[in-house]
Design a protein around this ligand. Structure first.
Ligand SMILES: NC(=O)c1ccc[n+]([C@@H]2O[C@H](COP(=O)([O-])OP(=O)(O)OC[C@H]3O[C@@H](n4cnc5c(N)ncnc54)[C@H](O)[C@@H]3O)[C@@H](O)[C@H]2O)c1
Length: 42
């Protein structure tokens, strides 16, 4: 697995109803990243 420790990842469109953004955000968090999520839809 990738190591994203000490790195910041910004996931835009992370509130997608399909869960694609959530899945990507969780994947990066599990890889050690600090994840910033953003979406127009609260
Ligand atoms: N659904 C698929 O099968 C599929 C396959 C391959 C790639 N993709 C890509 O993955 C990405 C997400 O797909 P999806 O199906 O979840 O899309 P979606 O349209 O369901 O979700 C997109 C999200 O982005 C948000 N958004 C749109 N404009 C924004 C802006 N300017 N700032 C912040 N948030 C914004 C929307 O509110 C929404 O929550 C897209 O780029 C799509 O092209 C999707």
């Amino acid at each position: 697995m990738f190591d994203f420790k000490d790195q910041v990842v910004i996931v835009t469109g992370s509130g997608s109803k399909r869960g694609i953004g959530r899945g990507i955000a969780n994947m990066f968090a599990e890889a050690g990243a600090q994840v910033i999520i953003a979406d127009m839809n609260e």
